[in-house]
Design a binder for this molecule. Structure first.
Ligand SMILES: NC(=O)c1ccc[n+]([C@@H]2O[C@H](COP(=O)([O-])OP(=O)(O)OC[C@H]3O[C@@H](n4cnc5c(N)ncnc54)[C@H](OP(=O)(O)O)[C@@H]3O)[C@@H](O)[C@H]2O)c1
Length: 255
């Protein structure tokens, strides 16, 4: 379905974004790779020789970055058929221990700005795909990781609403909600991985494939992995106060 199209992937320098780039290249989809680490993007572009690959370095914490990325694609005459808002990060830190606004800038603000910019030409063409990477953390608050969970809840709600809002214009919007996934994220998010959580980690390529498949099918929400689908089903029926306390104990504790 995505052969011959062009996908812009934020956070393509590692983890889930890198795996999506590899999988899209394998089906003949051209790429625009966005992240801060140019060396990693160039190395990936050098490997994916079967398709056209552009590299754009940008720090998406900068409020002007989305406009700059959009302008670069326009200047290069590249049409973006598929926008993958994957860049994001989180950490286990109490609210008062460290500034958390940068997380909101990357996880929410840049995602919204990129979607607004790139959806305009998609609507004009009457076709487009937007894949927003949320998290299972979107489904419950996490004391100790409050900002991250709330930022991903925002991505999920935004995506669900935009799925309906942009459907008449021919645009698919999908939220991918991964559970624990083996990427560089876990080393940034947690100082030391809890052994119980480590066992539940999914491979990044499996999560990436689930997201791309859901996007191709036009699904609104995808939660990869049976374990995480059960988790999401349970938190929707259990008392919110109990779920919040448990999430804090399991996912938000500090080492
Ligand atoms: N791994 C998990 O357990 C898990 C679970 C649920 C959801 N997620 C979500 O999945 C997405 C991808 O994360 P991942 O697990 O693949 O982690 P990762 O390996 O750390 O990848 C994160 C990507 O985001 C990019 N990024 C981070 N901050 C950026 C910034 N300020 N500007 C531009 N790019 C930035 C990074 O590139 P540079 O450092 O080169 O800029 C990197 O390519 C994130 O949105 C994350 O919240 C992950």
């Amino acid at each position: 379905m995505f052969s011959g199209k062009t996908a812009l992937i934020t956070g393509a320098s590692s983890g889930i974004g890198e795996q999506m780039a590899r999988q899209l290249a394998a089906v003949g989809c051209n790429l625009i790779l966005v992240a801060r680490r140019r060396d990693r993007l160039n190395a990936l572009a050098g490997e994916l020789v079967s398709v056209t690959v552009d590299v754009i370095t940008a720090d998406l914490a900068d409020p002007e970055a989305p406009e700059a990325v959009f302008a670069q694609t326009q200047a290069a005459g590249r049409q973006v058929d598929i926008l993958i808002n994957n860049a994001g990060f989180g950490f286990q830190k109490p609210l008062l221990a460290v500034d958390q606004l940068g997380m909101v800038d990357v996880n929410v603000r840049s995602l919204l700005a990129m979607t607004q910019l790139f959806a305009v030409p998609m609507v004009q063409r009457g076709q487009g795909w937007v894949l927003n990477v949320s998290s299972v953390s979107a489904w419950f608050p996490i004391p100790g990781m409050a900002t991250y969970a709330a930022s991903k809840a925002c991505v999920l709600h935004l995506s669900r609403a935009l799925h309906e809002e942009l459907k008449p214009a021919g645009i698919v919007v999908t939220a991918l909600c991964p559970g624990g996934t083996r990427t560089e994220f876990s080393s940034i998010a947690r100082d030391r991985m809890d052994p119980d959580l480590e066992k539940a980690m999914m491979p990044a390529d499996v999560v990436a494939a689930a997201g791309l498949k859901a996007l191709a099918k036009g699904k609104a929400v995808e939660v990869p992995g049976a374990l995480y689908r059960i988790m999401v089903a349970l938190v929707r029926v259990l008392p919110a106060s109990w779920v919040t306390r448990l999430a804090g104990k399991v996912m938000g504790r500090h080492h």
